[in-house]
Design a protein around this ligand. Structure first.
Ligand code: QAP
Ligand code: CO
Length: 174
């Protein structure tokens, strides 16, 4: 299964992802392919809609202190819901679907999240730091929301201008 990353302004990124009901081989194949696509693009988080599947699936792999990603740190979340949230934190975010653009985004600092694993078992995790930010960013994707939607009006304008320029450059170098 070869997956390609859907890039802004593709309309599919605005779709609302549906609840997963079948924890079957098809789901496992998608999860494995998503992990491969994420690692190949040097990502730390990916939602299924970013590879064209509108289902409530996301994966996260936060690098360790030596900036290394290991398969032991891969988290797969199916049907996640935020149960509790607190505090505030700002981080310069990026997104595989919005290449080469990074901006400071304000999020909750801590979360308690309930989700299912690939077998359908219910899990709960307390998250802070980069994991908490990544979960919020990826859950936004499940609702059709991108981090650029959270920018102030002037910053969003600046983004649209810069992004269009980047896309033109991409086209002429093809
Ligand atoms: C979401 O983002 C995230 O522009 C995951 O050229 C963001 O993996 C989680 C990436 C902030 C936590 C904090 C972006 C790779 C990867 C790019 C990513 C690029 C190459 C983004
Ligand atoms: Co993203």
């Amino acid at each position: 299964m070869k997956l390609t990353i859907v890039e802004y302004p593709d309309k599919r990124l605005r779709e609302k992802s549906k609840i997963v009901e079948k924890f079957n081989e098809e789901l496992h194949t998608l999860l494995d392919a998503m992990n491969e696509a994420m690692m190949q693009s040097n990502g730390i988080g990916l939602a299924a809609i970013q590879v064209g599947h509108a289902i409530q699936v996301l994966i996260i792999n936060i690098p360790d202190e030596e900036n290394q990603q290991s398969s032991e740190n891969l988290i797969e979340m199916i049907n996640p819901t935020i149960i509790e949230k607190s505090g505030e934190t700002t981080y310069q975010e990026g997104c595989l679907s919005v290449p080469k653009f990074y901006e400071d985004i304000v999020r909750f600092e801590k979360l308690s999240v309930s989700y299912q694993d690939r077998e359908g078992n219910t899990k709960r995790v307390e998250a802070d730091g980069l994991l908490s930010i990544a979960i919020q960013h990826e859950i936004d994707h499940l609702n059709g929301i991108l981090f650029i939607d959270k920018l102030s009006y002037p910053r969003r304008k600046k983004f649209e201008k810069e992004y269009k320029k980047l896309q033109k450059e991409k086209k002429t170098s093809k």
